[in-house]
Structures are given as structure tokens and as C-alpha cells.
Design a protein around this ligand. Structure first.
Ligand code: GLY
Length: 576
């Protein structure tokens, strides 16, 4: 860490607490620059009000975007327990002092993991059990969140580590008012996965949580206090590590994470994937996320067809949806075949993003008919996640998506530590040809192997124009993530919608292998007349979906405009 940063660290919490008064989201304006500030204010778009308020307090206390991001992530681990986490993993995309960085803190398969480990779990009728990679300790990968947040903070934070954890500890101690969604996702997990019979103790910790009532998490507060005092080694080598290992076999569980797995967990500092688009550089997620390559292919194919098939088309017409579905088919075919952890497989990233390849793929789009799934081949020769975006007054930006996979992960709460473990092993292609919980398939490139990271769709993204961030964006949503980011970027830059409208606009989804299904969303279902037109084109309309939850900040000149998706319980704040 550079010495300037060390020198500028100071205790903040008293002043942070004093400055918790909120200003509502609106257009940025302010009093001009101080201490090198490039913007009139910072901004936060996070997935609940507690985390947005904590991030605001950190920025007001002199923290930068990374300090605020780390504080937000720890708060969400308390107040958004279905996805915010210390028992999962994620990706943090950082643009600071004019340079891009990408922190890969994705979960890792334990050393004892094997490519056929999930084929050994059978249902009562002797078939492979798809719930075995979703529920119970054997579904958990080695968590990366604490190490990822710690390394990002060590490298770039201005404030003391213990101070950025303080808001989360406070909320775990004193409690937060539980939302409808927290209770919904708990009940959803128990109803849909709990019956599988793999030992899990979610209700022991979250069973008393009631919508609208204060919910305290004393054990989690203690865990966070230990991490605040001892740094990330506490989680990977200390008492918390012992408790995680004990949770592997608690109540008869069959988890395989060992002390050595935890001690060996490594964050990977990667270069974010740069995509040139519309006069901007889109810095987005590289493998082991599929999100950046998919986003690059979607933006590229649409740009290739801008002067032909997209002429006169507005978002969400039947033809617009069909053209995008045709593009998405090609993206998902490549995703299933080529993408996996680049530490284990040779991902042909440059070829998948080669403009000539993208033009050729765009030329395959059939403007009239649905291309049959079986004819969409990979093109080269041969829930629960959450997102937040932060900008500080110096113009530094953080886009962070992290996850437990499904709501409350594998349902195992580490006894004595009070946090849920992920079920990220389901993001591997656990059984060849079998779709995962998001309905997508994979190949050997994404087979389970010891130390490997499962393929993700998380796409924390920062758009940079003339060397400065101009958009910070991301969302949860599994395989829907990069498509949601793509649609909001197209709405904003191709159709000039104001950001709130671009985010609120109806979204749709299409993927393989379900090649004729056009998926609507609960927030804004496909209206009956549009559904009829799509059906006439041969699509089946699915309402069996879920909402994505974009958190975005647009920067124009000195102004910031944060927007939290109306689909979620987020809060957008300007920090002046
Ligand atoms: N667990 C969802 C993702 O990483 O894409």
C-alpha cells in the first residue's frame, strides 16, 4: 500500500455516524471542487437502504469508493443475508486514479472436489440428484469474499479496516428491520431445496426473522468483530476457519472444505476485459465470468446490425426481442462450449471478441424465423446475487457483484459464526448436459476440478470515456445478468433514454438450451398483445422468471446520477 494512503488513514466512525443525514437521489449539483475533487459529489446505488446509508457515511468521512464499497459489502452481509455475504464470493471492478483493476474473489472448488462428485448423489428413485450441488455443505465452494474485500482495501483504502467494518458490526448487534424479500427467499429456499434432506440449519438462525421486525445477529457481529481485529487471516486461518470446517460435517453434513482449502484460498488480481463500444471503453468482467465476453458479443453484434436489421426498431417491440433472442442464442452456445476458469482451460477470449467473428455471428441472425436450437453451434472453429455501484468525488469508481448463488446459499449457517455458506458448486457443469439452477449447460471447460472457480455470469462493469468513468453498472440474476446490463446500456446509449427510464424499462431474456422460450419478468410482464405477436413468431412465453436488480451510476461532467432499480429494495444516494 502506498505511504500516502497509510498516512491518510484515520478513525472515522464518530464523524460517519454524525453525518448519516441523507439526501434523496436527484441530479448532482454542488459547490465546486475541494481537495482535488473532480465531481460535485460521490454517489451510491446499492441494493438496500442500510448499505447505501453506510456507504454515504464512509464517503462523507473522507473514504474513497473502495472504502465505501468494502463497508457496503459487509453491511449487505448483515442486512441482505440472502445474497450479501461473507460466506460466498464475487468480483470487484475498480477504476481508481485513472487505472482499471479487477478483483476476482470467486469461490474455489475444495481440493477434494472431483468432476464426478455430484453424480454420486442420488434421489430415492436412483437418479442423479440436482439438489446435491445446491443444498447442504457439499454444495459450498471455498468462500472468497473476506479475502477479496481485504485485499482491495489494503491496496486502495484510505480509512482504517476496523472503521469500514464498523457499520456492519453495529447493524448485526443492534438489528435491522427485515424486509419482505429476506423472508420470501428464506421460505423459498426451505420449500424448494430443504426437502432434499441434505443437512442444513438455515431455520436455526433465520427462523425467527419476521417482515417489519428488528432482526439481530449477535454471532455474526462477533465474527465481524474478529475479522475487524485480525484481518482476513481470521476467516482463513483463525477461529472462523475452524468453525467453517466444523460446519462441513455439522448435523451429519458431507461438506469437504478443509483448513488447508481455506488457508490456500487466493484472490486473483486480473485485468478487466476492455471492450471498445460507442466511443467508450467498457471495462467488464473477464473469465471466470462469462459476463464480460457475453456483454461484448451482444454489444458487438447489435452494433454490427445497427445499420441493417435494427433500423427503425425500438426496445421491446416483437422484432427487437426476436433479433436479440437470435443474438443471445449465439452467446449462450459459445458460453456453454468455451468458457471456464482460465487457470484451468484455455479460454479463446480474443477470438470470441474478434470484430470479424462477431460480424460473422451477427450475420447468422435470422430476422424472420427462430433458429432451431440444435442448429446453433458454438461459433469458433473446431439466486442469489447482489450488486452495488459507488463513485467518489475524485471520480474513482467501484462496481461490485457478489453472491451466495441461490438465496441463503446452501442453507448451512456456520454454527458459532452466524453466516450462511454459498452453493456456488452448482455453477459448475456438475453433470454433463444437465442444466444448472439457472437452466444453462456447460462442457468440460466448466467441469469441477480441485482449486477451480465455477463459471459465473456476474458482470460488474465500468464504462470509461476520455479516461474518466462515465457509467458504473451491474446486477444480480445468474445467467440473466449480462443480458440485463446489455439492455440497460442499449437503452441509455443507443436509444438515449434517461438512466431512470433505461433501468425501469421492461426487460426480457432468452437463452439456450431453451431455444424457443421468451422469458418475461415479474416486474413488467410481457403484455398480452406483444405475447400474441411473439407466439405468432413461434416463441413460447415464460412467466416463470425473476427480476434482475440494476444498480447504476451515470457521470456527466461533474454531475452524478445514481439509479437503483425499482425492481428491488435498493436506494440511490448522492453524497455531497
Ligand atoms: N451464481 C451466479 C453467477 O455467478 O453467475
Amino acid at each position: 500500500m502506498n505511504s500516502d494512503i497509510l498516512i491518510s488513514r484515520r478513525s472515522l466512525i464518530a464523524s460517519a455516524a454524525a453525518s448519516m443525514a441523507l439526501s434523496a437521489c436527484g441530479s448532482g449539483s454542488g459547490s465546486g471542487s475541494d481537495d482535488g475533487a473532480r465531481l460535485d459529489g460521490g454517489a451510491i446505488a446499492s441494493s438496500d437502504k442500510y448499505s447505501s446509508e453506510a456507504g454515504k457515511a464512509i464517503l462523507q468521512a473522507g473514504g474513497n469508493a473502495v472504502d465505501a464499497a468494502v463497508a457496503i459489502a459487509f453491511v449487505l452481509a448483515v442486512t441482505y443475508p440472502e445474497a450479501g455475504n461473507i460466506g460466498g464470493g464475487g468480483f470487484m471492478n475498480i477504476f481508481i486514479e485513472g487505472k482499471p483493476y479487477f478483483v476476482d474473489y470467486r469461490e474455489m472448488a475444495p481440493a477434494a472436489a472431483t468432476s464426478d462428485m455430484y453424480t454420486r448423489f442420488k434421489t430415492a428413485d436412483g437418479k442423479q440428484d440436482p439438489l446435491s450441488s445446491l443444498w447442504g455443505a457439499q454444495a459450498a465452494g471455498v468462500p472468497g469474499t473476506v479475502r477479496g474485500l481485504y485485499e482491495a482495501h489494503q491496496r486502495f483504502g484510505r480509512l482504517a479496516w476496523k472503521d469500514v467494518l464498523a457499520p456492519a458490526i453495529d447493524l448485526a448487534d443492534k438489528g435491522h428491520v427485515a424486509s419482505k424479500a429476506e423472508v420470501f427467499w428464506r421460505d423459498y429456499a426451505i420449500t424448494n431445496f430443504g426437502s432434499s434432506g441434505y443437512p442444513a440449519n438455515l431455520m436455526e438462525y433465520f427462523g425467527t426473522m419476521r417482515e417489519g421486525q428488528l432482526f439481530r445477529q449477535a454471532e455474526l457481529a462477533e465474527t465481524l468483530r474478529r475479522i475487524a481485529a485480525n484481518g482476513s487471516d481470521e476467516f482463513y486461518k483463525g477461529r472462523t476457519a475452524d468453525l467453517i470446517v466444523a460446519a462441513m460435517t455439522q448435523d451429519g453434513g458431507r461438506g469437504i472444505i478443509t483448513k488447508a482449502d481455506l488457508a490456500n484460498y487466493k484472490v486473483v488480481w486480473r485485468n478487466p476485459l476492455p471492450i471498445e463500444w460507442n466511443g467508450m471503453t467498457v471495462y467488464t468482467a473477464p473469465p471466470p465470468s462469462s459476463g464480460g465476453i457475453a456483454l461484448g458479443q451482444l454489444l458487438g453484434m447489435k452494433a454490427a446490425l445497427r445499420g441493417t436489421l435494427f433500423v427503425g426498431e425500438r426496445p421491446n417491440t416483437v422484432q427487437y426481442m426476436h433479433l436479440n433472442a437470435e443474438m443471445l442464442k449465439r452467446v449462450f452456445a459459445d458460453r456453454a462450449e468455451y468458457l471456464g476458469d482460465p487457470g484451468f482451460v484455455d479460454v479463446p477470449q480474443a477470438r470470441l471478441l474478434d470484430p470479424a467473428y462477431i460480424r460473422a455471428r451477427a450475420a447468422e441472425v435470422n430476422p424472420r424465423e427462430i433458429t432451431p436450437t440444435e442448429t446453433v453451434q458454438p461459433g469458433l472453429a473446431k439466486m442469489h446475487t447482489t450488486h452495488f455501484s459507488v463513485v467518489d468525488k475524485w471520480g474513482n469508481a467501484v462496481s461490485n457483484t457478489y453472491t451466495l448463488n441461490m438465496g441463503y446459499g446452501c442453507g448451512v449457517v456456520v454454527r458459532g459464526a452466524g453466516f450462511a455458506l454459498n452453493d456456488e458448486m452448482d455453477d459448475f457443469a456438475t453433470v454433463p448436459g444437465q442444466p444448472n439452477i439457472f437452466g444453462v449447460i456447460g462442457s468440460d471447460a466448466n467441469a469441477v476440478a480441485p482449486g477451480k472457480r465455477p463459471l459465473s455470469s456476474m458482470s460488474p462493469t465500468i464504462l470509461v470515456k476520455d479516461g474518466l468513468p462515465t457509467m458504473v453498472i451491474g446486477t444480480p440474476g445468474g445467467s440473466r445478468i449480462f443480458n440485463a446490463v446489455y439492455q440497460v446500456l442499449a437503452n441509455t446509449y443507443d436509444y438515449q433514454m434517461p438512466l431512470p427510464a433505461a433501468v425501469a424499462n421492461r426487460r426480457f431474456h432468452h437463452q439456450l438450451p431453451q431455444g424457443r422460450i421468451m422469458e418475461g419478468e415479474p416486474f413488467s410482464p410481457i403484455p398480452p398483445d406483444l405475447a400474441q405477436q411473439l407466439q405468432a413468431r413461434g416463441y413460447t412465453i415464460s412467466t416463470n422468471s425473476f427480476d434482475t436488480d440494476i444498480q447504476a451510476i451515470k457521470i456527466t461532467g461533474r454531475d452524478v446520477m445514481p439509479v437503483s432499480d425499482p425492481r428491488g429494495r435498493g436506494l440511490a444516494l448522492i453524497v455531497t
